[in-house]
Design a protein around this ligand. Structure first.
Ligand code: ADP
Ligand code: GLC
Length: 479
């Protein structure tokens, strides 16, 4: 049994902005099921949602600040969560990383530096928690300083750094380096410096004992100039310690048989009932109730990564087709504005909800026929996995985890029952619209459509297999 400190800046259902939270809220459970001793460490944000009791554990002194450590359970699990309580940094409402104008919070470097220092103190068993991990598993830039700082400690635990998205790097002006009083020996081009900036993510990429990312294809892509943001050389240099492990999903939270958020539960044997969720969704969103018109859905952060502009450029042409379009998301102001305008112009065809709404997200997965993910890059992507489980056919661009989890519908994959979606290659509106047309044609062939839905619903996206791969990495590092 390994002792693992799993460090993340978000974890579902406590606090979530995207897929990182889904992973941090479900992988630790799967590791416990494999017999491991795991503690999850997150910041104690004001908006954190829990039904569980919160208990004070101890106070530690870091950078002349008194920081409290609180303990709770991850709801519906036996995962122990430790929370870093420092109100000046974390007792703020809203998005954990950005303010109400979408700008990064001005003190993010100091906030996540403190978070990393606390993780190091726990990792070195210098708190009153009296627990020393064998492995510290860090996730994304907010935890990047941990592997770097740990290398300065004798008898340290091993570190794993998982890249969920290389586009977010935690880059700050050099002056922050001095403000934070970071050790001088880590400031160099092969350390935390990145073109005269302080790079949190380089702390993970340079110093972690093992690096993982969330799909095998993305592990290769980030070693190229197209996807590497200037870090491709470093990642290539570390390729012997870099692997891609596809994310699993929480099969209890995302299960059409028992999902409490949807109107009608259904499964592979009762797929005919899915239509009742389509009707309920059309009613909820004030769209005409039409069974035979395919509904396309999107649930997404509205950022360039997700190809939202490709969709916007397609919508005019899509409006000439017999379809409905449902979007739930928030993010970039210009995307929000353009989407809202289109929804006002075409209320019979387009519904746009600019919000973060978990219940509606489940209702969309259950109610739409086709899910669109035309991402420019996608380290893993979770919605194409949720869609498959709900018998909703994904249309995806072949990149990262989308390429690894969707089998395009072609004569051969129809014949051997492996088809699970529609895939297109080129990152352009033209290629997207062709894929959308293919989806409409298939939708109008009910027998083939039903087969593809069943292929999707039969796939196993549970964490077990991937959690075992993480465990193999932990075991190889510590024997
Ligand atoms: P990313 O982490 O890049 O945003 P993923 O596909 O890995 O992309 O995960 C996104 C997660 O966030 C999914 O669980 C998705 O359902 C959820 N999500 C994104 N936007 C919203 C929203 N506006 N309301 C509810 N859930 C959302
Ligand atoms: C990131 C990626 C997404 C991935 C998620 C969880 O936010 O953008 O593709 O699924 O992390 O690993």
């Amino acid at each position: 049994m390994k002792k693992i400190l799993f460090v993340s800046s978000e974890a579902h259902p406590l606090i979530k902005t995207g897929g990182l939270a889904d992973v941090a809220g479900s992988l630790p459970k799967a590791l416990i099921e494999l017999g491991q001793d795991i503690r999850l460490l997150i910041p104690y944000y004001q908006d954190l949602k829990t039904t569980e009791h919160i208990q004070y554990r101890c106070t530690i002194r870091i950078n002349n600040c008194d920081v409290s450590l609180l303990e709770t359970q991850l709801p519906n699990s036996n995962v122990t969560v430790w929370m870093v309580d420092y109100p000046l940094f974390f007792a703020i409402s809203g998005n954990p990383y950005s303010d109400e104008y979408g700008q990064s919070r001005h003190n993010n470097a100091a906030r996540f530096h403190l978070f990393c220092k606390v993780a190091v103190e726990i990792a070195m068993n210098r708190t009153y928690l009296d627990w020393k991990p064998d492995i510290v598993h860090c996730n994304d830039w907010q935890t990047g300083l941990i592997p770097a700082l740990l290398t300065l400690e004798p008898h340290r635990p091993k570190s794993v750094f998982t890249i969920h998205n290389l586009a977010y790097q935690g880059l700050f002006p050099q002056a922050e380096y001095h403000n934070l009083n970071l050790p001088k020996q880590l400031w160099h081009a092969d350390g935390l410096e990145f073109f005269d900036m302080l790079s949190f993510i380089k702390g993970g990429l340079v110093y972690a004992d093992q690096i993982t990312t969330v799909s095998p294809t993305y592990a290769l892509e980030i070693q190229t100039t197209q996807f590497g943001y200037g870090l491709e050389g470093l990642l290539h240099h570390r390729q012997a310690s870099l692997s891609g492990i596809i994310n699993g999903i929480d099969t209890h939270v995302w299960n059409p048989n028992h999902d409490p958020c949807i109107t009608q539960n259904y499964g592979i044997e009762t797929l005919d009932k899915k239509i009742l969720n389509k009707t309920a969704l059309q009613q909820r969103l004030s769209l005409p109730v039409e069974a035979n018109i395919p509904i396309f859905g999107i649930i997404s952060r509205l950022v360039e990564q997700k190809g939202i502009d490709l969709i916007l450029n397609c919508l005019d042409e899509m409006l000439n087709m017999p379809i409905q379009f449902v979007l739930l998301g928030s993010g970039n102001n210009e995307f929000e504005h353009r989407l809202q305008n289109l929804a006002h112009l075409y209320p019979q065809k387009i519904s746009v909800t600019l919000a973060y709404d978990e219940t509606l997200a489940h209702q969309i997965e259950a109610g739409v026929d086709i899910f669109l993910m035309p991402s420019r890059f996608e380290p893993c992507g979770l919605n194409q996995l949720y869609s498959q489980r709900y018998g909703t056919i994904p249309v995806v661009r072949t990149t990262g985890g989308l390429a690894d989890t969707i089998v395009d519908t072609l004569p051969k994959s129809i014949a051997d029952n492996t088809a699970t979606g529609i895939a297109f290659h080129e990152s352009s509106s033209g290629a997207l619209i062709e894929a959308i047309k293919r989806a409409i044609v298939l939708f109008n062939h009910p027998t083939t459509w039903r087969n593809i839905q069943q292929n999707c619903m039969q796939k196993d996206f549970s964490w077990r297999n991937s959690a075992e791969q993480y465990l193999n990495i932990y075991n190889d590092m510590t024997y």
